[in-house]
Every structure is written in structure tokens, then in C-alpha cells.
Ligand binder design. Structure first.
Ligand code: PMP
Length: 424
């Protein structure tokens, strides 16, 4: 179904959807930024393993040992995929939101967290908790401004632990952020860095070692694996010193009754400390399978193909005068296969509904869980608050209060983008 090599063939290309005309067409999935289709390879790997799975870590039986091996091998695969440093660790989580909340709970008391207000809510909100102070930085309009704004904020910050959270690629504009430069700046002021790679990892090779970030988070369901499994990876010291994310079996090394009747707990160190309960072994295995497939296909090939599709898409949209593509950094920043736009005279929700009903195209409309960013891009701080993706009322001709997002990746045939451009 794709013109890429087989490791990246995706499921779902033969799904037929009904149109208002009564016809049926193949579904054009152009909402990869929300969740990508799963790879056929991932499905096959999971199906091959499913009859053999057992509980991990404590089972004495053969299948428990096999599952433990596969679970721990999956961790190694993710370590290699992210090019981690020697003493980094991989914690399996549910997704990026879960990973960043885990990290928020593991920060030393008094940590000052810095994030641009343009972040996805998953990177913006987990830090608002007792014991932490959050400094939100105003939206920058260039990479240099982003670096300068961070430096300025950190220079004024008092002594003490600091964390800077940044996205690698925007889920709204698809634009890349200058992660290496921001990290270098943060480190110069003694701040650690966590990279939200939810949108970056599916499109680009990511090397934690080269970028220098301290932690990284991503979601399996945006990386061609199913829902329910994600990753937080990076420095062990703060994670090993923190209260476990979940208290329970697996996270505890020993639990003993004390003479006074209380219960004393000695917690594990390493990933087990934050993976209490029976872990999502199948999910971890699926994520590792996707990592292997992406590595095998090669990011050079993936990126070259994607850049060709992005050029086609942006050139096509540029020919339609009513379309305004949203951008924070203008010409300066390259983008991954994610792009948001508004159409003059159209309500974005109606527009997206028409793409679905008349053309079988699945995009997304709304504020994309990045309300401050989308409001900045639409030029109105006064836009009505909305839940994630909920439609906003607006009349044709009025300033848009929300936008339309088209996003794609491995498995997107040229025909889907051509159909999309024709429809627009
Ligand atoms: N960060 C970014 C940049 C995202 O695009 C998303 C998902 N839209 C998230 C974090 C949250 O990911 P998840 O919903 O998988 O937790």
C-alpha cells in the first residue's frame, strides 16, 4: 500500500468509507499527528508473540521467562533507537502525557520548570503541582528569539534545580524547534532538559546523546504501534531518588512489618521503581517492533520521502488564496509532516466535516491541545476557550477561532494528498 519499503507498510489502507454521495472510497488517514496507523510489521510481531505471553519478572515458568526476556529486550531496542547514554534508563509508560507526569512527580522539591506557552498541554500542564514553580515563556517568533528568551529567564532564576521542557516538532505547525541549541543554553545555566518527542520521533532519527537532552518522552500510538504504551527515557539519578510513580508490587524491593506495627518499604531503583503493577508487555513489545521497523527502513529514506510530500502539499496550498498556513517561525524552520491552516470564510469544523463526508479524508480541527499556541497563530488571545478539538462556533467571514490540521507519515500515498488538495 505504500511506495516505501515493506517495513513501513501500514494497516488500514483498505478501509472503505461511505460518502454523502452514496459512493465509497478508500479512507485517507491524514491525522497521523493524533495517532498513526499501526505498521503491518508491528501487528505481525504482536500476533506471533501473543500465544506465548506470560507474566513478567516473577514467573518461574517457561513463558514467564520468555516474556521477561522479550520485555527487557524491548527496553534495549528502545535504548538503541534513542541512542541513549550508558547510565540512562528506559521506563515504559502509557504515552507522552504519562511520561511527563511521571517526570513531574520525580523532580526534586523546589524545582523551577520553564516551558514556552506554545507547548502542547501535555508539556505545559504536568508541572503545575505543589513543590514546583513554573515559568511560562512567551511565544518566540524565531529560533534565535527562543534561545534568547530561555537564556534571559534562566539568568534571572535563583539557585536550585531547574528543568526546561521543549517539544521537538510542533503538533500544530509541524515546525522543528532548535533543540540542541536550547539544550546547550539550558545546560549553561544549570538547567536540565526534557524533550517532548511525540511528534519528532515518528519522523526523524533522534539521538539523545547528540542532542544532549536529559530526558525524552514519546508515545507508541504516534509511532506506528498501538495505544497504551509510551516511553520516558534518560537520566537515572532523579528517577531513582523520587517516590515511585505508582506504589505497588514490582516497585517495592522489600516490604516488612516493623516492631511498632507500621510497614517499612524499600523501593527498587531503575525502571522497576516507576513501573509498579503488571506492565504492558505487549505494548512495550509493539513499541520495540516499530522502532526496529523504522530503523530498518532508515530515517534517511523516510525523511526524503516526507520532505517530497511536504513540498507538494505546501506548493498546492500556496495556490489557493483563501488558505492561510499557520507558522510560528516562518521560512526559518523545517517541518515534519504536520501542517495547520485556516480557510477564509470557512468554519474549520465545517470544513473538516466536509472533507470527511464528501471525500473520505480524515483530518482534525480545533486547537489541538495547544490553546495558547493556536490563539497566537490565529492572532487572537481573546478566542473562546475550547476543549481539545471541540468545534468552535464561527460564521463564514469571521476571524477563525480554530484551525484544520493535516498530518501524515510513512504509509501516506501521494493519492491521499492529491485528493486532499483537490478537495480544499
Ligand atoms: N506532546 C505532543 C507534541 C503531542 O502532539 C501529543 C499528542 N497530541 C502529546 C504530547 C501527548 O501525547 P499522548 O496523547 O500520546 O499522551
Amino acid at each position: 500500500a505504500t511506495d516505501l519499503c515493506s517495513p513501513l507498510a501500514v494497516l488500514g489502507h483498505d478501509v472503505q468509507v461511505p460518502l454523502v454521495s452514496g459512493e465509497k472510497v478508500g479512507y485517507a488517514a491524514l491525522d497521523y499527528a493524533a495517532s498513526s496507523p499501526a505498521l503491518q510489521r508491528v501487528w505481525d510481531d504482536v500476533a506471533a508473540y501473543a500465544p506465548y505471553y506470560g507474566s513478567v519478572h516473577r514467573g518461574a515458568g517457561y513463558l514467564s521467562q520468555l516474556s521477561t526476556d522479550l520485555f527487557e529486550q524491548s527496553r534495549r531496542t528502545v535504548e538503541e533507537f534513542l541512542d541513549l547514554r550508558e547510565d540512562d534508563q528506559v521506563v515504559f509508560t502509557r504515552a507522552t502525557t504519562d511520561s511527563l507526569n511521571l517526570l513531574a512527580g520525580a523532580l526534586p522539591a523546589g524545582t523551577r520548570v520553564f516551558a514556552f506557552e506554545t507547548e502542547h498541554h501535555a508539556s505545559l500542564l504536568p508541572w503545575r503541582r505543589e513543590g514546583l514553580t513554573v515559568g511560562y515563556l512567551r511565544a518566540p517568533r524565531s529560533h534565535a528569539e527562543a534561545v534568547a528568551r530561555l537564556a534571559e529567564a534562566l539568568a534571572e532564576a535563583p539557585e536550585g534545580p531547574k528543568l526546561f521542557c521543549v517539544t521537538g516538532a510542533s503538533n500544530v505547525t509541524g515546525e522543528l524547534w532548535p533543540v540542541a541549541e536550547l539544550t546547550e543554553t539550558a545546560h549553561r545555566y544549570g538547567a536540565r532538559v526534557v524533550l517532548d518527542a511525540a511528534q519528532l520521533a515518528p519522523h526523524h532519527r533522534v539521538s539523545v546523546r547528540e542532542l544532549g537532552v536529559d530526558w525524552i518522552a514519546f508515545s507508541g500510538h504516534k509511532l506506528y504501534a498501538p495505544f497504551g504504551a509510551g516511553v520516558l527515557a534518560g537520566r537515572s539519578d532523579w528517577l531513582d531518588a523520587a517516590e515511585p510513580y505508582l506504589a505497588g508490587g514490582g516497585a517495592s524491593r522489600t516490604v516488612a512489618r516493623e516492631a511498632d506495627g507500621s510497614v517499612a518499604v524499600e523501593w527498587q531503583t531503575g525502571p522497576a521503581r516507576h513501573e509498579a503493577g503488571s506492565p504492558n508487555v505487549i505494548g512495550a513489545y509493539a513499541v520495540a517492533s516499530a522502532c526496529r521497523a523504522l530503523t530498518e527502513a532508515g530515517f534517511d529514506a523516510l525523511e526524503a520521502r516526507e520532505q517530497r510530500l511536504i513540498a507538494r502539499l505546501t506548493a498546492g496550498l500556496a495556490e489557493i488564496p483563501e488558505v492561510r498556513v499557520l507558522s510560528l517561525f516562518g521560512e526559518e524552520a523545517a517541518r515534519v509532516g504536520v501542517l495547520s491552516f485556516v480557510v477564509q470564510g470557512w468554519n474549520s469544523s465545517h470544513f473538516s466535516a466536509a472533507l470527511s463526508a464528501e471525500y473520505g479524508i480524515g483530518v482534525r480541527d480545533g486547537l489541538f491541545c495547544a490553546h495558547p499556541l493556536v490563539r497566537t497563530l490565529l492572532g487572537g488571545e481573546d478566542a473562546t476557550p475550547s476543549e481539545c478539538g471541540a468545534p468552535e462556533p464561527s460564521l463564514p467571514g469571521e476571524r477563525s477561532l480554530n484551525a484544520i490540521r493535516v498530518s501524515f507519515g510513512a504509509g501516506t500515498p501521494d493519492e491521499h494528498l492529491d485528493r486532499f488538495l483537490t478537495a480544499v
